[in-house]
Design a protein around this ligand. Structure first.
Ligand code: FES
Length: 171
């Protein structure tokens, strides 16, 4: 059995693409009615690429151990310096309040003192205690904060913050 193979060269055709500005000037490839036109958009922009906001990682330790004897851990992340700790916990459905605080909290107004957390790690990534905290936490450990007064990050820092929920339940 024999096969015949045609090895003659393919006919060359000139491309029907030209470089020009006719047609629609805002697109990279544009067409007019007669023939396609390839056009180029050249950017001379000196804009810098958008920078990303640093992020703070958060870990929330539960107030009571589970059946396995371990304390449950919830995790979240937030852009540095943009939110209060209370807001981050609410956004991530992480319980902040004890029984009384659930019903009687002031909604983040700084007038009830029920949104207490303990900063176990990462204190340096948070704002200083506010006057409200100095009032409500006067006789409490240094590491305790009010979540509605605590800003997570300062827009420039990043790192990890570990929070003990309801530290008053452990004392
Ligand atoms: S929610 Fe009332 S003081 Fe923080």
């Amino acid at each position: 059995m024999a096969f015949a193979v045609n090895l003659s060269p393919l006919p060359l055709r000139s491309p029907e693409i030209t470089i020009g500005s006719s047609g629609f000037s805002n697109s990279l490839v544009s067409f007019n009615r007669k023939r396609p036109t390839l056009s180029f958009a050249v950017s001379n922009s000196t804009e810098e690429p958008p920078t990303t906001t640093p992020e703070i990682e958060l870990e929330f330790l539960g107030p009571k151990p589970g059946d396995d004897g371990k304390y449950p851990v919830d995790r979240a992340a937030a852009a540095s310096g943009e939110k209060l700790l209370r807001t981050i916990m609410a956004d991530n459905k992480i319980e902040l309040y004890g029984t009384y605080g659930k019903v009687m909290n002031c909604g983040g107004g700084g007038s009830c003192g029920t949104c207490i957390v303990e900063v176990v790690e990462g204190k340096e990534l948070l704002n200083e205690r506010t006057n409200t905290e100095l009032k409500y936490l006067k006789k409490k450990p240094e590491s305790w904060r009010l979540a509605c007064q605590t800003i997570v990050g300062n827009k420039e820092n990043s790192g990890k913050v570990r929070i003990q929920r309801l530290p008053q339940w452990k004392k």
